[in-house]
Design a binder for this molecule. Sequence first.
Ligand code: XMP
Length: 534
Amino acid sequence: SILILDFGSQYSHLIARRCRELNVYCEMLPCTQKIAELDWKPKGVILSGSPFSVYDDGAPRVDKAVFDLGVPVLGICYGLQEIAWTFGGKVDPHDRREYGKAMIDVVKTGNAHADRLFDGEAEQVQVWMSHGDQLSKCPEDFEVIARTSTAPFAALAHKSKPIFGIQFHAEVTHSPRGKELFGNFVTKICGCKQDWNMETFIDKEIARIRELVGPKARVIGAISGGVDSSVAAKLMHEALGDRFHAVMVDNGVLRGGEAKQVYEMLSKGLGVNLTVVDASDLFLGRLENVDDPEKKRKIIGNTFINVFDEEVTKLEAQAEKEEAEALKAGRQHEAKGKYEYLMQGTLYPDVIESISFKGPSATIKTHHNVGGLLENMKLKLIEPLRELFKDEVRELGKVMGIPAHLVGRHPFPGPGLAVRILGPVTRAQVEILQQADAIYIEEIRKAGIYNEISQAFAVLLPVRAVGVQGDKRTYDQVVALRAVQTTDFMTATWYPFTYDFLSTVSNRITNEVQGVNRVVYDISSKPPGTIEWL
Ligand code: XMP
């Protein structure tokens, strides 16, 4: 497998994506990782980009032992500069930032060893550049394997060792040949086998869960109703049967009918032990008169922890009772133990986020809904999806028999409709939004474009507008529709619906949803907008 050392670039996680797409397993660790402390030997190392300059005081430095591992190394952008810096090249601030598409000229050196990176590529390759610094002197023992009109050292290779550097970002989709370049590095140069797939993952993960939990302990799962926790629950159920118990909290700001649907799917459909706790009164009570989005998030996060905690206490008492009964009746073999673990559906991007090397990037919104969940509990954390990306989770869900329309569902934020109702959240507002959203999503599915869109939802605005319906003047609310396409949810573009589609949805919402007399379509991308309105 491949080791990715992260220097804090916004694109670092995409390097991991590209490796996984090639069915090669990779792990990303912060650039400060000491090679001697690794408990596995990678077949190759990739150094990411970074918001730093190599000549900055306090710039992150790679452990030089990387170059003594005897495995191939590829540096991307800052990674290239770090290699050059290490081997005696020179890096300077460039007079202007180079950002955007560029064509590189591939240089055939005649040194088969150095030419391997661009094996199979045309003489000119389109790439994505994003850098302020650039190399002004090639280190000795390296040769140029690509250049552009402005960057004489767009890619380098060591003359005899498998060390390569590229100035451009092959990991982003704007470098259309990126996948092939990674393929050359990962499979041909590093010799990695392309054997990472969902079937092997399931077997390995079930074995890992069984070993970790042992034969006499139980696990509680926190289920949101979304794809990730549902797939994670199915996996836990496969591994532990009814020693796994899932809990879903209905917080009153779910999509219409969601709690019931999840129950049908997980409990009735897949046989997972599941308790749905209806705490909607408690949540909505605490949300009364709250306007501020961050306050809403906090209230929902904290209330969730309270409710979940209470449910865990109940399940623990129940488990203790069952244990005592089994032992008393001499049925030791049936004893299932105590609850020792809490399962969460954490994905790899969150793991990366929490371990990645922090450059100067700032938190824009707090997305971590239940960060404090474990603090008061004696449970240990188990995260069966912590190695996977979203599309891998979907694939996994399909392989394990979760219906396609469920694994393909758009992401839904933890604070739910509370961040889609601008202004205070009341049961009446929730109902209006649930109805409008259901119509919108139904029409999107009918039009056959659900899977083309990354996320679509309705938003209820806190304004009233004048309208006329029948012969009556109305003074009602406005629904905004949002739909975006994105690969990583960090940037997104609005979806170009047809006018016909928009007019159908608008007609249906204004006719069928009491209290709404206007529908608008949000044509903002991210940036400058975020995907949610709050
Ligand atoms: P933004 O609005 O920041 O959203 O562009 C990016 C993605 O994150 C989701 N999102 C959240 N998810 N808790 C969550 O679990 C939150 O508080 C939250 N806020 C935004 C959003 O739906 C989108 O997919």
